[in-house]
Design a protein around this ligand. Structure first.
Ligand code: IPM
Ligand code: MG
Length: 352
């Protein structure tokens, strides 16, 4: 099992260290670790946010465990040198088009949600976000218009095969859960979304047991706050998925608890090649202070064991240990508690 660790910037190294401790404690046979620089760390040490040696290492691995990227020192760099390009480059270079972002309220945390506890308690949803297309990867630029105004522009598009493959991922995911899929778009305004909706409807013919619905993204944002219990699996494009998954994290209580998997088509000896990362950012304000909550990264490591290594048993053990720690009141600063990064790691290990 070849695992590439890419800690990145800010709190990235702190949280990755705790995930590594948890994985080590499982004593999985035949694990080989690699470690590479990405993001601002990649730029500072190698002159590029995604150095070629890091990309090669990721390609040669069976799975990538990623911390976070983002470094205020790098904000003034040209866009192609900024830390965020590391994760965007990995997603596209590795063909990771299917981003799974589960959101569920842990027992005892209903009161941490920004929502009323009874609404929060009902949340158990999975956002399936397309990750290789949309306005993220379209042509973009700034120009001067004929009448001398500065103009920024980004092209939004989806080709039918891109929509079809993410739709298949989402229908399959729904088949393993509550058998309900809600496709989120903005088909009342955008042609990109009209095609999205048409292709999702075509794909649905292959999944007669899944109940398909459609929702405009503005309404979906409202419904996530109003009645989040109605959602099982949500499938949406790259930009809408980015926004709705942050929204879902606050409904759950903390962005420090949400894990993600980014999967493509490549199979390894044990499962599907994937990249796993917490959905939160690099939090430069608390970097290196031992304050970050590593739980989202530890839960991402669990997803890695499930999807890339076929180890449902080990994944479930980690998830149960995190849930127990939370139920026992092991709360980081993100949940208003006083436990630091290492103490949370210790608490999860004890319960493992
Ligand atoms: C995420 C992040 C990234 C994104 C950034 C860091 C480029 O917000 O994974 O949600 O926009 O996809
Ligand atoms: Mg985001």
């Amino acid at each position: 099992m070849k695992i590439a660790l890419l800690p990145g910037d800010g709190i990235g190294p702190d949280i990755i260290e705790q995930a590594r401790r948890v994985l080590d404690a499982l004593r999985l046979p035949d694990v080989t670790w690699f470690e590479g620089d990405v993001g601002g760390a990649g730029y500072k040490r190698h002159g590029h946010p995604l150095p070629p040696e890091t990309l090669e290492m990721a390609k040669a691995a069976d799975a990538v465990l990623f911390g976070a990227v983002g470094d205020p020192d790098c904000d003034a760099l040209e866009r192609h040198l900024r830390p965020e390009q590391a994760i965007l480059g990995l997603r596209s270079e590795l063909g990771l088009f299917s981003n799974l972002r589960p959101a569920k309220v842990f027992e005892g945390l209903q009161d941490m949600s920004g929502l009323k506890p009874e609404l929060a308690a009902a949340i158990d949803l999975l956002i399936v976000r397309e990750l290789n297309g949309d306005v993220y990867f379209g042509a973009k630029g700034q120009r001067i218009t004929d009448d001398g105004r500065r103009e920024g522009w980004d092209a939004m598009s989806y080709a039918e095969d891109e929509v079809r493959r993410i739709a298949h991922s989402a229908f399959r995911a729904a088949g393993t859960r509550g058998k309900k899929l809600c496709s989120v778009d903005k088909a009342n305004v955008l042609e990109t979304s009209q095609l999205w909706r048409d292709v999702v409807i075509e794909t649905a013919a292959e999944y007669p047991d899944i109940e398909l619905s459609h929702m405009y993204v503005d309404n979906a944002a409202m419904q996530l706050v109003k009645a989040p219990g109605q959602f099982d699996v949500v499938v949406t494009g790259n930009l809408f998925g980015d926004i709705l998954s942050d929204l879902a994290s606050m409904c759950v209580g903390s962005i420090g608890l949400l894990a993600s998997a980014s999967l493509g088509e490549r199979q390894t000896a044990f499962g599907t090649f994937g990249l796993y990362e917490p959905i939160h950012g690099s939090a430069p304000d608390i970097a290196g202070q031992g304050k970050a909550n590593p739980m989202a990264t530890i839960l991402s490591a669990a997803m890695m064991l499930r999807h890339s290594f076929g180890r449902e048993d080990a994944a479930a053990r980690i998830e149960a240990a995190v849930a127990k720690a939370l139920a026992d009141g092991i709360h980081g600063g993100d949940l208003g508690g006083s436990y630091g990064t290492e103490a949370i790691g210790d608490a999860v290990l004890e319960r493992l």
